[in-house]
Structures are given as structure tokens and as C-alpha cells.
Design a protein around this ligand. Structure first.
Ligand code: EPZ
Length: 421
């Protein structure tokens, strides 16, 4: 199993290019199932989750051609409408084929994702939303069996649906399903994440009629068919945020290219509050710091509030900041898996329910730690970058799911990171 070995204590300097957003690429790849002609995507990141999704689509009969960051997907001859447990258990985002399969083919058999390290992660709102559009949804033997064969013209029907909770992939699944429904669908209490907006922009290029993406009410006027298009994936705001925290913690100066400050307002605000200097132009962000940061309170919430995907990274920053801080996780019930590992490095953290109380310490100590989930692993990498001595992070396949060429990008900034198996 691959490990990352990090020699701490080096301030980061230089430029890093941010990749395309994992959480935009995954739904947009699945949206290819909706199109009768090829969809061409650029800016697709080289990630484990992306290759998993391409493998899933390939097993369904989608013809996939990949050249570097360009992917062409041809779903003109889909032969299978199923996502198996083996597939879904390795990547819960496979649930995103459900809406497109149902909308275009009227049938889908998708494994329930099951839980993961950060929480139970139910998909009840995906199912209820599709039922609101008339789909017959049965859960049997751990699978969602969905069908529209009983509906007029076998088509989903436009509906008004209020989502009890803000769900990113729930919003995305229902938006994709509604794109080919008969009539108009209104999704209320919709997720406003930039990745939802990027998906809507891609769908509209394919012929969909979607308005309101980025607000809490999205209106989708169903159309007869969607065709291929060309779309460039939006930059990854969470990857960018992770490098921004790395610059702040190590006391360096880093410029991120292909980064958009307008997608990271809450994160930038918190970095400034901690004492880092953040400046930007249209497609780059620069973070400068002396490494002496103030502890800052964090509370995660749906976009545009502070993103849960940046919680572990900021907790790592707080462990060596000056003062006491609270980190409140309101989205997932178990997203503190990084805490025990940070404590092994000398962090002073106490968990009370969904709140972590962090007391800054002068320095962390390098140690052997274990990655448990994608963003927890990112937090451990950041801790390793500032710890005294060597940190060894095990099970880094978690990192490879969401960070493209991580050690290469960090080493180009002066870090001392190497991979070993
Ligand atoms: C997306 O997950 C992201 N993944 C996650 O990023 C991110 O942490 C999360 O949104 C929140 O921003 C992708 O986009 C592929 P949710 P998602 O549905 O859609 C509950 C990463 O590190 N809920 O917005 O699965 C759920 O349990 C990953 O890149 C229901 O109860 O998250 C959670 O408590 C991790 N029923 C809350 O809503 C449902 O039907 C928000 O979950 C759906 C969700």
C-alpha cells in the first residue's frame, strides 16, 4: 500500500496550477449518458475517482476516448443500465448515473452506496425526488430498481420538489433527470455549490433549459433530447483551498494559477482572519504568510458558507496556530477521523459531539499516521508539512481520489515529499 513520506519545516514558494474540479467532473461525466451524440470535456483531472467513473460508463457501453485532460464520451449505444455494488462501494458518486439512466432509458439498477468513513450518506432525497417525477423506485437486495415504463411515453414528469436537506449530488441527480422530463421541474432548497453551476452550464450547452443554478431554486424545462457539446471543467476550489492553507501554514508565498477567488470567498475570509495575506486576479490567487497564524473558529455549512471539504485542512492549521479555536462540522456526522491521527502528531484537540476544541501547540511532531478519507488525508499532509521531522502517511489511495499529482505539485513548491510502497 502506497505511503507518503514528508520532511516537515519547509516554507512553500512558487506557482502551482490547480486542476479541474473532481466534484464537477464526476456529475458531468455521468451527464454524457443523456446525450445522443458525443460530449467532449477538457480540464478533466487525472484522479482515481475520474478513472473509476470512466470505467463504470465504459461497462455500460459508453465509448470513452481519453487524451490527457480531454475526454470524449459517446453514449449513442448504451447497452447496460446498471451500477453494481462492487462499483458503487468504491465510489459513492456512482449514484450520479441514476438520474441520467432513468431520464434517457426509463430504467436503472443502481446499488445503494452504503456508508463511508465520514457518515451514513443516505440517498433518500435522490429517490424521493425521482418518485416526485413519477418514477417507480424499489429497493431490493441493496439495489435501487428504478423505472418509468408505466408513465406516458415512458418519460419522467416535471414536478415541484422541495429538498429537506441541501444535497449536492441529490440536486445534480434530479437536475439531470429533469432535463429530459415531460414538462417543467422546480427544485427548491437546491445546493448552490459551484460544481452544481458547472453541471448546469454543461447541460445547457447540450440543449437543456436550466435556470437558477447557483441559487436555492433551480427551474428545469424538460426537452425531447440532448446532444453532445464541448465543455471545460471548472477549477477545483477545494484543491486550491488546500494549497492555500499549505502556503499559510508553512510561512511561504504561493500563487495558484487556474484558481477563482469568487468560488472561495468563505475560505479566503478565514485565511485573512488567521493572518495570511491573500490577493487575487481573475484566474489566480496568491497567499503569503509568516507562518505565525491566529487560531480561528470554523463552522461548516452549504455553499457559499465555509465548505465541509476544507474542515480537516483548517483544523490542521489551527493545531499550530496561536490560541484556542472551535471547529464545528454541521454536514456529516463523522468527519473528525483526522483528529486521532493529528493527536498522534502532538495536536491538542478535544471532541465534544460535532465540535472539536483545538488548542494551538508550538509545533507538531512527525509521526506515522493513517489516511481514512480524502480530506482527512489532506489535513494530515498539511500537518506533515509543518511537523518537526518525518511524517509517514499510510493508505494514501484516499488522497489519489481527489488530488492530482499531489507530491509533484508540493515538491515544485519546495516541499520534501516522496511516495513509497
Ligand atoms: C458532495 O457529496 C461532495 N461529493 C462531497 O465531497 C461534499 O463533502 C458534500 O457534497 C457536501 O458538500 C461530490 O460532489 C461527489 P450531500 P454528497 O448529499 O452529495 C445528507 C469530497 O471530499 N443527505 O450534499 O454525497 C448527507 O448524509 C467529497 O470531495 C441525506 O440525508 O453530499 C449529508 O449529511 C466528500 N439524504 C448532507 O445531506 C440524501 O439523499 C449533505 O450531503 C442526500 C444527502
Amino acid at each position: 500500500m502506497d505511503k507518503l513520506i514528508i520532511e516537515g519545516g519547509v516554507p512553500l514558494h512558487g506557482e502551482v496550477v490547480v486542476s479541474g474540479a473532481k466534484n464537477a467532473a464526476l456529475p458531468i461525466l455521468c451527464a454524457a449518458l443523456l446525450a445522443e451524440t458525443p460530449l467532449t470535456l477538457t480540464g478533466v483531472p487525472e484522479l482515481r475517482d475520474v478513472s473509476s467513473t470512466l470505467t463504470l460508463l465504459d461497462t455500460m457501453g459508453v465509448k470513452v476516448v481519453k487524451e490527457d485532460d480531454r475526454v470524449i464520451l459517446d453514449a449513442s449505444d448504451v447497452a447496460s443500465f446498471e451500477a453494481t455494488y462492487e462499483m458503487v462501494k468504491t465510489m459513492r458518486a456512482s449514484i450520479l448515473v441514476l438520474g441520467p439512466l432513468l431520464a434517457r432509458f426509463g430504467t436503472a439498477r443502481v446499488s445503494l452506496p452504503g456508508g463511508c468513513a465520514i457518515g451514513s450518506r443516505p440517498v433518500d432525497l435522490h429517490i424521493k425526488g425521482l418518485q416526485a417525477m413519477g418514477a417507480a423506485m424499489h429497493i431490493t437486495h441493496g439495489y435501487i430498481q428504478a423505472s418509468t415504463l408505466h408513465l406516458p411515453n415512458r418519460r419522467l414528469q416535471g414536478a415541484k420538489y422541495y429538498m429537506d436537506l441541501v444535497t449536492v449530488t441529490g440536486t445534480e441527480n434530479l437536475m439531470m433527470a429533469a432535463a429530459l422530463a415531460q414538462g417543467t421541474t422546480v427544485l427548491e432548497n437546491a445546493a448552490k455549490e459551484p460544481e452544481v453551476v458547472d453541471l448546469a452550464e454543461c447541460l445547457n450547452k447540450m440543449g437543456a433549459k436550466i435556470s437558477g443554478a447557483g441559487t436555492d431554486t433551480i427551474t428545469i424545462e424538460g426537452v425531447e433530447r440532448l446532444t453532445g457539446a464541448e465543455h471545460h471543467i471548472v477549477c477545483d476550489r477545494i484543491e486550491a483551498g488546500t494549497y492555500m492553507v499549505a502556503a499559510a501554514m508553512t510561512g511561504g508565498e504561493v500563487t495558484l494559477k487556474n484558481a477563482r477567488a469568487d468560488l472561495l470567498e468563505a475560505v479566503i475570509e478565514k485565511l485573512r482572519e488567521a493572518g495570511a495575506q491573500v490577493s487575487n486576479d481573475a484566474d489566480s490567487i496568491t497567499v503569503k504568510s509568516n507562518g505565525q497564524l491566529k487560531a480561528i473558529n470554523i463552522r461548516t455549512a452549504p455553499h457559499p458558507a465555509f465548505p465541509t471539504d476544507m474542515q480537516a485542512q483548517f483544523m490542521a492549521m489551527n493545531t499550530v496556530a496561536d490560541g484556542v479555536s472551535t471547529v464545528v462540522e454541521t454536514i456529516f456526522e463523522n468527519r473528525f477521523m483526522h483528529v486521532q491521527e493529528l493527536q498522534r502528531m502532538g495536536a491538542n484537540i478535544e471532541i465534544q459531539g460535532n465540535t472539536a476544541l483545538v488548542k494551538g501547540v508550538p509545533a507538531l511532531e512527525g509521526a506515522s499516521v493513517m489516511a481514512t478519507d480524502l480530506r482527512a488525508s489532506a489535513g494530515l499532509v498539511l500537518a506533515g508539512l509543518v511537523a518537526d521531522g518525518e511524517t509517514v502517511i499510510d493508505r494514501i489511495y484516499h488522497l489519489d481520489r481527489g488530488y492530482e499529482r499531489l507530491e509533484e505539485k508540493l515538491n515544485r513548491l519546495g516541499a520534501k515529499v516522496r511516495r513509497s510502497n
